[in-house]
Design a protein around this ligand. Structure first.
Ligand SMILES: Cc1ncc(COP(=O)(O)O)c(C=O)c1O
Length: 332
């Protein structure tokens, strides 16, 4: 499928509150030396350059989440994650840009030294809380408790689950799919497949809504944390929710592709394959891939290329995560 020009014009999100935070469009760049090395035509969608903080994919959903916060006159954002989360750091930063306070709930206990995203998180001045429980789900309970506490104190919180994975947040990548369609058409790409690392599934959810809307032909998510079946369900739900809000065509389950086998030692840890893939990309194209997400997605893409499974151009979503390049010895 050759993508048609002017997809942006065909997506009308004007009725949905949005606060502009990202520098858009981000570049779609060819990767000629990497393509020659792996025998597949590779392009990079540079969402590490979205422009808030050190960039990253989470800036796009935050435009819609902060839009909602301002429309509802919220004065504080409450969310949570692990200590090295790109999401929480960017959420606190986006809240500041919009004049809101934030409370961030982390699973586990406070480490003795704040590095990477946790160090940057400190600069946002967010109120940081620790559940003292290593389970990721412990954050969800604390978010609700903090929101109740804030309401009792007369505040108006916007509560956002881990990763910002809500239908509203996924609108960010539905809009990105239209942006990619226009850029890919200008670049003359025929039938490109978009690859990305999938965690909380909000990014892939928005992109799958973009597939249903006819903006992009195919998306492959590489799970970096959850079992692939759980991802498929979450992606599908989020895609349906985003399409519903945007009044675009509903996706069907066949549009959801999630592949497994590249998590390595665990969520947030660098993998051997991922490190090799990131090395190759740095040496051929001068781009750094973060160990927890982009490096693993690239490892999966290279594995498919080696197996001869790829017969059309691929676009890797370079989704950011720069701060975790400096924290190589622990989980997110
Ligand atoms: C750098 C980076 N890439 C990809 C993802 C995956 O996005 P999602 O959580 O929407 O699946 C994340 C999530 O935090 C991320 O920080």
């Amino acid at each position: 499928m050759r993508l048609s020009n002017d997809s942006m014009a065909n997506l009308d999100l004007s009725g949905i509150a949005r606060e502009r935070l990202a520098l858009l469009p981000t570049p779609l760049q060819p990767a000629p030396r990497l393509s020659a090395a792996i025998g597949v035509e590779v392009w990079f969608k540079r969402d590490d350059l979205t422009g808030l903080g050190l960039g990253g994919n989470k800036v796009r959903p935050l435009e819609f989440l902060l839009g909602e916060a301002l429309a509802r006159h919220c004065d504080v954002l409450v969310t949570g994650s692990g200590a090295q989360s790109n999401w929480s750091m960017l959420a606190a930063l986006a809240a500041r840009r919009c004049g809101l306070d934030s409370v961030v709930c982390f699973y586990g206990t406070q480490p003795p030294e704040a590095r990477g995203n946790l160090m940057l998180q400190g600069l946002t001045g967010a109120d940081l809380r620790w559940t003292g429980d290593a389970s990721r789900a412990s954050v969800d309970l604390m978010i609700e408790q903090v929101a109740d506490e804030l309401r009792s104190a007369g505040r108006t919180p916007l509560v956002v689950p881990r990763g910002g994975a809500t239908a509203r947040g996924s609108l960010g990548y539905l809009a990105a799919a239209a942006e990619i369609a226009d850029q890919a058409a200008d670049a003359g790409l025929i039938n490109p497949t978009l690859w990305l690392g999938t965690g909380s599934c909000g990014t892939q959810g928005g992109l799958v809504a973009g597939v249903a809307a006819g903006f992009i032909p195919r998306v492959v998510g590489v799970t970096v944390s959850r079992p692939a079946d759980e991802c498929r369900e979450r992606v599908f739900d989020l895609a349906r929710g985003a399409a519903d809000l945007a009044r675009t065509p509903a996706p069907d389950a066949t549009m959801v592709t999630v592949i497994d086998g590249f998590i390595g030692p665990g969520y947030g840890y660098a993998s051997h394959d991922g490190a090799a893939a990131a090395d190759l990309v740095a040496r051929t194209e001068g781009i750094f891939l973060d160990p927890p997400f982009c490096a693993k997605a690239m490892a999966a893409l290279m594995s498919s290329a080696r197996a001869g499974e790829i017969d059309s151009p691929v676009i890797l979503l370079v989704s950011g995560g720069g701060p975790t390049l400096f924290v190589q010895d622990g989980p997110l």
